[in-house]
Ligand binder design. Sequence first.
Ligand code: SF4
Length: 94
Amino acid sequence: MKKMTIEDKLGLNIFHVDEENSHIEIDKDFTDEKEIQKLLLACPAECYKYNDGKLSFSHLGCLECGTCRVLSHGKIVKKWKYPIGEVGVTYRQG
Ligand code: SF4
């Protein structure tokens, strides 16, 4: 049996996304690159982007792991909660 890659496994997840309402709010004006790099490296879904000195975030594809909330110590992530109702990720592999 062929071993599945991380990308293969993530590709099996199902997302029911509320595109209008993010369950995570960040401080997009945050500028400490050392702290920003932590989130860029840690987020398994690559929800955080940092281009031309500007931090951006998309909740689409979030795996709801909570890593960014823990790492930011309230500095970048201003609000974190699970999506409401049946919105969010449904894991189908592992
Ligand atoms: S909860 Fe996890 S997957 Fe979602 S944005 Fe934070 S680190 Fe990324």
